[in-house]
Design a protein around this ligand. Sequence first.
Ligand code: PRP
Length: 214
Amino acid sequence: MSEDRYLTFALGKGRLAGKTMELFEKIGITCEEMKDKDSRKLIFVNEEQKFRFFLAKGPDVPTYVEYGAADIGVVGKDTIMEENRRVYEVLDLKYGKCRMCVCGPQSAKELLQHHEMIRVASKYPNIAKDFFYNKKHQTVDIIKLNGSVELGPIVGLADVIVDIVETGSTLRENGLEVLEEICPLSARMIVNQVSMQMEPERIKKLIAGLREHL
Ligand code: PRP
């Protein structure tokens, strides 16, 4: 396919987007417009290189990529697992490293041993369901929260939580701990399935270039 077509990237807003642009700069992909931290713009274009970048809420990135509104996305593995969209996951970018864990007060540890019915709060109900139902074979009641999930066991909403642990500070400062690890996480690159077939050279060159800098 001709290089006249824009290749569109959807980036999860926030820290990951900054890291992603730093990495892209190393292989000569730049977007000056994006560096203005005060800007409220959501979409940025590099006319010369025929790249477009847009910032989206993390959980929406796989949606844009599945539907082809973006050819490529960069988002955490947690979001990819939770959203379960039809996209190709092509590269582990190795930053944004953290772990998906079952956490709670130490006293909740034994609730995970005997297949008891327990309440699990999480921003990631699908990941929590998959872990408890399919891996642990434990029937649980999953309560979806939208943030500050650590509150769940503290205020008695849930017995445990399924959440991301990075440094562990949030847990420590709230008297909670990791009870079981579900999986390691990091930023990943995902690609639309049709784009991969229409623009294989351009996309494979990009992946190969990035791989050299990881
Ligand atoms: C994430 C996660 C934990 C915290 C873990 O929350 O849900 O609360 O970071 O990091 P730590 O191990 O380094 O303390 P986030 O900042 O995304 O906020 P939210 O859960 O309230 O949305």
